[in-house]
Design a protein around this ligand. Structure first.
Ligand code: BEZ
Length: 229
């Protein structure tokens, strides 16, 4: 019989609160968020190859997240004791110094709360036949609103630069009345937000250009983005 699944979380949902043990001690998630942005990401299992490379990469990019006021927190469906041994391997293999917390979610309480469990891929189960957590990523803002949800299959490692790029898009869009086009990176032209009239755009973005009435670009230097840190 199927497990009872939590209500699906959507962009704009408030990130559910929880208490959990982590490799840095117990946390209350909303207290952990505080006034920060948070990237919460899950892993199927400790001591697995793809997860090992992912955690090393997140650890190496952590200073860039920190500069933008973003805290990282991982989750894997094992105990914190298991995580502790695994972190030593990750640092040895990646040359990283992983210091952010990893939640011990052996009972999959947080995984259920955040709907991080695989449904479609029936091969993605552990030795007891219990569904692995998938590679979920949640970007959460200081108001505790979920701003991004990614779900990757167990076989495919994520792209840490992409997660950072979305943080830059969201933070830059919160401060300027812009959206970001396909493959945007800080320094590229951005799109004038559809809610901005041409009259307002002349004031806000003197160098904006109209490609179509619904597609208006403006330069926005890297220094004007959240990547200027
Ligand atoms: C991995 O991290 O390599 C992995 C974990 C669970 C299932 C498949 C791959």
């Amino acid at each position: 019989m199927a497990e009872q699944r939590a209500e699906p979380l959507r962009l704009g949902s408030i990130a559910p609160n929880f208490d959990a043990d982590t490799t840095n001690g117990p946390i209350n998630f909303h207290e952990f968020i505080g006034d920060n942005w948070v990237v919460l990401f899950s892993h199927p299992e400790d001591y697995t190859p793809v997860c090992t490379t992912e955690l090393g990469a997140f650890a190496k990019l952590e200073p860039e997240f920190t500069k933008r006021g973003v805290k990282l927190i991982g989750l894997s469906a094992n105990t914190i004791e298991s995580h502790g041994g695994w972190i030593k391997d990750i640092n040895e293999i990646s040359g990283s110094n992983l210091t952010f917390p990893i939640i011990g979610d052996k009972e999959r309480k947080v995984a259920y709360l955040y709907d991080m469990l695989d449904y479609q891929d029936t091969t993605n189960v552990d030795s007891k036949g219990i569904a692995f957590t998938i590679r979920s990523v949640f970007i959460i803002d200081p108001k505790k609103t979920i701003r991004l949800i990614l779900s990757y299959p167990a076989s495919t490692g994520r792209n840490t630069a992409e997660v950072l790029r979305v943080v830059d898009s969201l933070q830059t869009g919160d401060k300027n009345r812009i959206t970001t086009p396909i493959n945007w990176v800080p320094g590229d032209d951005v799109i004038v937000h559809p809610s901005v009239s041409n009259e307002q755009a002349k004031e806000l973005f003197p160098n904006f250009r109209i490609v179509k009435p619904y597609l208006r670009f403006t330069p926005l230097s890297k220094e004007q983005t959240s990547a200027n840190v």
